[in-house]
Design a protein around this ligand. Structure first.
Ligand code: GLA
Length: 410
């Protein structure tokens, strides 16, 4: 509460510092889900089972997630993919056909159910013989599995490196890192090709933890998104470490191919509301996939408000697909911007410091952002219009954010 109260005060102070003229910001609706080879024209949005359920996922949980995405208004806000992570695989039979385990009695029926809600569905596998939890992977069965995923009606595949490292890369090319990386790239290319050959518009997510700069080669191999780091966890330090690793990657992202700083932890662990807001704001600035990973049936209203904030989602889904960047930092305050379609600009100011309760205060430099004179825009977390001025004192509580959309920056 203290954080919220102080944040509101800071915003009030900001509003009273300037005479904000009322500019109408037309909220951009997230574009419809792309079709055909045009998948992921904007960063994929949806939900994935891993961050909350880990392997404890079943048919019922996936159906419940689909129901909740509709019931909570997340679908209307743009969340489309219901993605199961590891935990669905059973055993291969004598013909090499991989069967789901007993928790997933009928994959085709499950996909049909999710589709009947107007949503799409995602599945998970590994280029290795097993996934990270020891369940069956697609090694040597790539085409067979791709055909099966397509025949079941899946729209998205997360392909997770896992056992491919020790079982294939390190065994086939011991002590030769460069050769190992080539083997890895070939494995991703193989599955990309196999999915393409099904003729179905299936998004492929390369999950290999940012090894060997995937942003440089993943798009050419058909990757629609590629992880840029190791796994996220629901704590500020891990989220901020991931944030710090996104710098310089902005030039690699664009429609159909996105940097993936991992799935959202909004609503998980002990993240404060300020931290949840900052996490979501950063992912929007990054043009990152927005894959929620929380317990949807028990989502608190304030978490739902963050995940369904359409103004922030519109930043993430902006049609230009231009990833933002950190422009400057001043002590514990960081200023990031993202260029948007129609000449608009998102400005996000984060207090990343933990040891002091608030900035005290920080003075905004519009000049450093290439802006001249007062800038009026919408504070996307309060919905109020504000005017930012050069050298303006801004006070932000620890780990909180001020995110402003300026439609006509000068
Ligand atoms: C890896 C991935 C995670 C998740 C788990 C499942 O750690 O990076 O996102 O898919 O595997 O075991």
């Amino acid at each position: 509460m203290r954080i919220l109260a102080s944040f509101s005060l800071a915003v009030l102070a900001l509003a009273s510092l300037t005479a904000a003229s009322q500019v109408t910001v037309a909220p951009e609706a997230p574009p419809a889900s792309p079709k055909g080879s045009q998948v992921a024209q904007t960063p994929p949005m949806g939900w994935n089972s891993w961050n909350y359920f880990a392997e404890n996922v079943d048919d019922k949980a996936i159906r419940a997630a689909a129901d909740q995405i509709v019931a909570t208004g997340m679908k209307d806000a743009g969340y489309v993919y219901v993605n199961m992570d590891g935990g669905w695989q059973g055993k291969r039979d004598a013909q090499g056909v991989l069967h789901p385990n007993e928790k997933f009695p009928d994959m085709k029926a499950l996909a049909g159910y999710v589709h009947s809600k107007g949503l799409k569905i995602g599945i998970y596998s590994s280029p290795g013989p097993t996934d990270c939890a020891g369940s069956e992977g697609s090694y040597n069965h790539e085409e067979q599995d791709a055909k099966m995923f397509a025949s079941w009606g899946f729209d998205y595949l997360k392909y997770d490196l896992c056992s491919f490292i020790p079982e294939v890369m390190e065994k086939q090319a011991p002590n030769d890192k460069a050769a190992q990386m080539q083997i890895m790239q070939a494995a991703y290319a193989k599955m990309g090709k196999a999915l393409k050959a099904t003729g179905q518009p299936i998004v492929i997510s390369f999950c290999q933890y940012g090894w060997d700069a995937p942003w440089e080669w993943a798009p050419a191999l058909g990757g629609n998104l590629w992880r840029t780091t190791g796994d996220i966890s629901p704590d500020w330090d891990r989220i901020y470490a991931i944030v710090s690793q996104q710098e310089g990657l902005q030039k690699y992202a664009g429609p159909g191919h996105w940097n993936d700083p991992d799935m959202l932890e909004v609503g998980n662990g002990k993240l404060s509301l300020a931290e949840n807001r900052s996490h979501f704001s950063w992912w929007a600035i990054f043009a990152a996939p927005l894959l929620a990973g929380n317990d949807l049936p028990n989502m608190r209203p304030e978490i739902k408000a963050i995940l369904t904030n359409r103004d922030v989602i519109a930043i993430d889904q902006d049609r230009l697909g231009k990833q933002g960047a950190r422009i400057y930092s001043d002590g514990e305050v960081e200023v990031w911007t993202r260029s948007l379609s129609g000449g608009a600009l998102a400005v996000a100011i984060f207090n990343v410091g933990s040891d002091r309760y608030s900035t005290h205060p920080f003075h905004l430099s519009l000049a450093k952002l290439g802006l001249h004179g007062p800038q009026t825009g919408k504070d996307l977390w309060t919905g109020k219009f504000v005017t930012l001025t050069d050298n303006q004192p801004l006070e932000l509580p620890s780990h909180d954010v001020l995110l402003v959309r300026i439609d006509a920056p000068k």
